[in-house]
Design a protein around this ligand. Structure first.
Ligand code: PLP
Length: 423
């Protein structure tokens, strides 16, 4: 083991605390964490210079690959200019430019206002608070609850967690906040009592597919029906496109598959191509207008790094790459290959219970087994040069959008070998 690796692991074990990680597993002597040193395209390299395909796009963020020259140069240029300035009381050209570009990504510019924050959780937090304050300022303060889905995941800040439906993460943090009504399906929605519907400010969903819920797609038409129902009942539709946004599902946004325009669109992860933390909550002019008028109508919310210029530079560069590399067009044939490779993997692997796919997102669920688990198969995959993580017994495969067909071959060969060896 190189000196650099040894020092990293020693310092990490002594001082770091990792997200979503049982620390006894992390610190156990038979587990050796991998220390990532650099990335190039779809590949990650560790401090021992071993190479891994980035099979979950560095926690679902990366779009155009690592160290992309256009995005890297944009960040470098900006770093030489100014790395951060306040968005409270000031503006800057990149944020203004980016806001305008984001509003143009949905045809017809239905969402004209952009509120920047730092990550997926805060993009949701902003939408929830805006939805509540909007009601207070439009004469419906009794509408102070939310409807969200069982097993839904919208982030970990206390507000975002308050509408989260993954009980192992969120139940212990529930408090007397805003009423939450959890549903599992459209049928549940139609059966909600009238008094709940009348006291609801917003309905929140991960469109097309629930991510943390082991990649489970919704039945086709769900989103369109939610839009119809929420409009009919005067409820804001809040779409969490933190995972699905920026091409993941084959279109720029998942809501475009069902021609749905939400009242709030929450974006993060892929917004900067996976380079820097930045988030945006888009909403309509009509909602924005309710925050005009006297000072007490203002939205008193923000973060020190709101609209960070480096993040905005990365996001603008990423959108430019979408155009220059025709990312969405180039993706279409790869989606067909991805589907057929998944199908072949399923046919050749008795270990697999079900494969779920939307766009370039796949959840490969294994049969439960006394010794084989999602974790053990992912550990084998690492040995074959494929980095990915399971959610329970579901292996998540979410490659960067720039992945080529031959790189996809590599991914599926590594997966097949890992499954064969897993017994
Ligand atoms: N919403 C969805 C659908 C997500 O998948 C995630 C993160 O995985 C979040 C929100 C939270 O984003 P962040 O981890 O950037 O706070």
């Amino acid at each position: 083991m190189r000196q650099e690796t040894r020092r990293c692991l020693e310092l990490d074990r002594a001082h770091c605390w990792h997200p979503f990680t049982p620390q006894d597993d992390w610190c156990s002597t038979d587990f050796e964490p991998i220390a990532i040193a650099r990335g190039q395209g779809v590949w990650l390299f560790d401090t021992e210079n071993r190479r891994y395909f980035d099979g979950n796009s560095s926690i679902w963020t990366n779009i155009h690959g690592h160290a992309h020259p256009h995005i890297t140069a944009a960040i470098q240029r900006q770093a030489e200019t100014i790395c951060h300035s306040s968005f409270l009381g000031y503006t800057h050209p990149l944020a203004a430019e980016l806001a305008e570009k984001l509003t143009r990504l949905l045809p017809g510019q239905p969402m004209e206002r952009v509120f920047f924050s730092d990550n997926g959780s805060t993009a949701i937090e902003v939408a929830l608070k805006m939805a509540l304050q909007y009601r207070q300022q439009t004469g419906e303060p009794e509408r102070n609850g939310f409807i969200a889905f069982v097993n839904g995941y919208h982030g970990d800040t206390l507000g975002a967690a308050s509408i989260g439906g993954v009980s192992r993460f969120f139940d212990r943090f529930r408090g007397p906040g805003h009423p939450l009504h959890q549903i599992s399906s459209i049928e549940d929605l139609h059966q909600l009592p009238e008094e709940i519907v009348r006291s609801t400010a917003g309905l929140v969903i991960e469109p097309l597919i629930q991510g943390v819920n082991q990649m489970r797609p919704w039945p086709p038409g769900t989103l369109a029906e939610l839009r119809r129902w929420s409009t009919a009942n005067g409820i804001h539709l809040i779409l969490d496109e933190v995972m699905t946004g920026f091409g993941r599902t084959g279109k720029m946004f998942a809501c475009q598959h069902e021609n749905v325009v939400p009242d709030f669109l929450c974006l993060a992860k892929g917004l900067t191509g996976g380079y820097l933390p930045l988030a945006a909550t888009l909403t309509t002019q009509e909602i924005y207008d309710a925050f005009r008028g006297p000072a007490e109508n203002a939205f008193y919310y923000g973060h020190s790094y709101t609209a960070n210029p480096l993040g905005c530079a990365a996001a603008l560069a990423s959108l430019e790459v979408f155009e220059s590399e025709k990312t969405l067009e180039m993706l279409q044939p790869k989606l067909a290959t991805f589907s057929s490779r998944l199908e072949a993997l399923g046919n050749q692997s008795p270990q697999i219970k079900e494969i779920r796919q939307v766009g370039l997102i796949a959840g490969i669920e294994l049969h439960s087994h006394p010794t084989r688990s999602g974790k053990s198969v992912c550990q084998l995959a690492m040995k074959h040069g494929l980095s990915t993580r399971p959610i329970l017994d579901t292996i998540v495969i979410m490659p960067p959008l720039c992945t080529t067909e031959s790189e996809l071959d590599f991914v599926f060969e590594a997966l097949q070998s890992s499954l064969n060896e897993s017994g």
